[in-house]
Design a protein around this ligand. Structure first.
Ligand SMILES: NC(=O)c1ccc[n+]([C@@H]2O[C@H](COP(=O)([O-])OP(=O)(O)OC[C@H]3O[C@@H](n4cnc5c(N)ncnc54)[C@H](OP(=O)(O)O)[C@@H]3O)[C@@H](O)[C@H]2O)c1
Length: 253
């Protein structure tokens, strides 16, 4: 893998060659202070965020290494319920490569998964809810169906109310999680959820993998929903390249 930006990067890992998970973790380290919401998404060259309902066909092994690294650095992975349903989400694993770094940062062995949902139409018998290393969070609104809330809690999930109506309010999701000590936040989408974080001005950083694939068709882009009145500007922070995949990182200005 090559580092293409910043061009002044003089680290050993910046040269073409194998990057260890430790090298990647250094590159993607969270800022030291405060809540930080980062998104990690992959897009085809023509803007598709999935192919036949999954992101795997436009991803790569290196993309999955970076995906794993970003999880290894996070306190919490925030994800929309449809992505959980379509991608068959499982609990995050504890990985040796990140154990020392996590312990030093005062983090648990693996990030919590926080599923954002209004319906709570989720299968609470799945390992995501019954077998996580740290309890899975279900983030919803105050008007969420009572019976489903009870089912979530019975399965061991922690229900977090982050909105006054049926759904969660994106800025409140971020604040509620930070208030529980989950400051290093990573969202893995999907597009409907990411669009809301963008619209609320709640996203600090986007880790976007540009996949050298074309899919045509009408798949969603990485962020959906109503468009912003004025496009929000981000600044390029980093670009890595391998096998034609660009692993970009942009920060809100
Ligand atoms: N390219 C990538 O990097 C990437 C990443 C992730 C996903 N994907 C793809 O994206 C597709 C799924 O994404 P999607 O955009 O359709 O769905 P999504 O954003 O993953 O989930 C949408 C669901 O999340 C819940 N939700 C969203 N906003 C909410 C809010 N404010 N309050 C409460 N609940 C809220 C709702 O769940 P309920 O219906 O339960 O109320 C809603 O139906 C899949 O095909 C997946 O493969 C691609």
């Amino acid at each position: 893998m090559r580092s293409l930006f910043p061009v002044t990067d003089q680290t050993a890992a910046a040269t073409d060659g194998e990057w260890s998970l430790g090298d990647l973790a250094d590159r993607y380290a969270y800022p030291r202070e405060g809540a930080w919401l980062r998104a990690n998404m992959v897009s085809s060259l023509d803007g598709a965020a999935q192919h036949e309902g999954r992101s795997q066909p436009i991803s790569s092994d290196t993309d999955m290494r970076i995906f794993g690294t970003l999880r290894g650095l996070a306190d919490v992975v925030v994800v929309g319920a449809e992505t959980v349903r379509l991608e068959g989400y499982r609990p995050a694993r504890a990985r040796d490569a990140f154990a020392a770094r996590r312990a030093a940062a005062g983090q648990g062995p693996a990030p919590a998964i926080a599923v954002v949902t209004a319906s709570l139409d989720l299968d609470f018998t799945l390992p995501l809810f019954t077998e996580p290393l740290v309890p899975t969070l279900v983030v919803t609104g105050a008007a969420a169906p009572r019976e489903r809330v009870r089912a979530a809690e019975k399965a061991g999930a922690l229900v977090v109310v982050a909105g006054d109506g049926a759904g969660a309010e994106p800025a409140r999701v971020r604040a509620e999680l930070a208030g529980r000590g989950l400051a290093r936040q990573l969202t893995e989408g999907g597009p409907r959820l990411l669009g809301q974080f963008v619209a609320a001005g709640a996203l600090d950083e986007l880790c976007l993998t540009v996949s050298p694939t074309l899919t045509a068709g009408d798949a969603q882009r990485i962020a959906g929903g109503p468009s912003l009145a004025v496009p929000e500007r981000f600044a390029l922070a980093s670009v890595l390249e391998e096998d034609g995949f660009l692993f970009t990182r942009y920060r809100r200005i």
